[in-house]
Ligand binder design. Structure first.
Ligand SMILES: NC(=O)c1ccc[n+]([C@@H]2O[C@H](COP(=O)([O-])OP(=O)(O)OC[C@H]3O[C@@H](n4cnc5c(N)ncnc54)[C@H](O)[C@@H]3O)[C@@H](O)[C@H]2O)c1
Length: 360
């Protein structure tokens, strides 16, 4: 465990800052190089973060630096090309959500990483934090009994000006609407807690915004555990919340937050007759909120030691499949989509463009 990971970032926009801060906070990683379409952006970014070398393109960076880890922080349309290039150059890839604009592209990225014997991690930082780990462990241990019914809400507010930006709200340039861009985080946390999914039925709605994609969606998910979940997503909700509620045989578990959670956002309410269990279910005394820093630290630890990826960095495709299944179901007028059906469906693997019911 002595190796220092040499990290590079492609795409030095908004989210790259969270990556650079997490690299700086980790004692055995160093940001050695960055690149961006805009040399100006990359140079300014480098000046902020200990002056990594700046390259005009990713190929030049990979050839010169042979980084151990490439952080892909660009828009999703270029994730495949850049992730595959980084894997071929022998780097582990840490790519921002959503991992790609289609399952087919994610397949290519996973194949390239597997061929190179390197890891591919998708950043879903909502899985992290001591509360999520604690609740997941108790659910898996059966301490709460069986999970029965769940709610998963991403009710955000994006005004008309947000969608006026030309690439937003269009299938070709954004790949999907708020289900893909926003709700994927909460859906990922839901699947992190409840495990493998069995089926999805969904509809896409256009309620109030000038978009080609949906501005809201509704879905019913079933999980292998037997649990069912109702998933509501919106970009038109004035009081914003990101929330999950899971009713189990012995307790109700809730997390209500917006973009990240600490212990104060979680609540475990025992069912009548299970009040005496509450002390055993209490969140751990030491708190770590969710975030990129925690995710990257745990992933870096695994990369350095050669251990399997931690749960917070594993299963790169599960929540992406759930989101793909929501669009696939909408494309088939609310049909039941199973993992098998999604896996075998060429169109649904190629992109998410689906009919949206206009109710404006
Ligand atoms: N995990 C999270 O909470 C979170 C939050 C915000 C964004 N994101 C994701 O991060 C990714 C980037 O989003 P952002 O908000 O930082 O966008 P951004 O527009 O702020 O930054 C993207 C950067 O990539 C550069 N770029 C574009 N194409 C490139 C190319 N071909 N080669 C090199 N550089 C290129 C742009 O010049 C820009 O500097 C997206 O996938 C987004 O969904 C994740």
């Amino acid at each position: 465990m002595t190796k220092t990971l040499r990290c590079a970032i492609v795409g030095t926009g908004a989210i790259a800052h969270a990556h650079a801060k997490a690299i700086a906070a980790y004692p055995h990683a160093q940001l050695v190089a960055v690149t961006d379409l805009s040399r100006e952006s990359a140079t300014a970014f480098a000046a902020e973060f200990d002056r990594p070398r700046v390259y005009d393109d990713l190929d030049a960076l990979l050839a010169a630096e042979h980084p151990d880890v490439v952080h892909v922080c660009t828009p999703p349309v270029v994730h495949r090309e850049q992730s595959v290039a980084a894997s071929r150059a022998g780097a582990h890839v840490i790519v921002e959500k959503p991992p790609a604009p289609s399952l087919e592209e994610l397949d290519d990225m996973r194949r390239a990483a597997a061929r190179a014997g390197r890891e591919l991690v998708v950043v879903f930082q909502q899985r992290t934090g001591t509360a999520a780990a604690h609740v997941k462990r108790l659910l898996e241990d059966g301490a709460f009994g069986r999970p029965l019914i769940a709610q998963c809400q991403t009710l955000w507010f994006r005004d008309p000006a947000y969608f006026a930006v030309p690439w937003r709200g269009r299938w070709e340039t954004e790949g999907g609407g708020p289900t893909l861009g926003h709700a994927i985080h909460q859906i990922d946390l839901l699947a992190f807690l409840l495990g493998d999914w069995e089926s999805v039925q969904a509809r896409l709605w256009r309620l109030d915004r000038e978009t080609q994609t949906e501005d809201a969606s509704t879905a019913t998910l079933t999980f292998a555990s037997g649990a069912i979940a109702s998933v509501a997503t919106s970009a038109v909700s004035p009081r914003e919340t990101s929330s999950i509620r899971i009713d189990t045989q012995r307790a109700t578990i809730t997390v209500d937050h917006l973009y990240g959670h600490g212990h104060e956002h979680w609540r475990i309410t025992p069912a009548p007759g299970f009040e005496s269990e509450a002390a055993a279910w209490a969140l751990p005394a030491t708190e770590e909120p969710s975030g990129h820093d925690v995710l990257l630290r745990d992933v870096f630890d695994a990369l350095r030691s050669g251990a399997p990826l931690p749960a917070v960095g594993a299963d790169p495709a599960r929540s992406f499949e759930l989101v793909a299944a929501i669009y696939a179901s909408a494309a088939e007028d609310g049909a039941v989509i199973t993992p098998e059906r999604l896996a075998a469906h060429p169109t649904h693997r190629r992109g998410f463009a689906s009919p949206v019911t206009d109710r404006r």
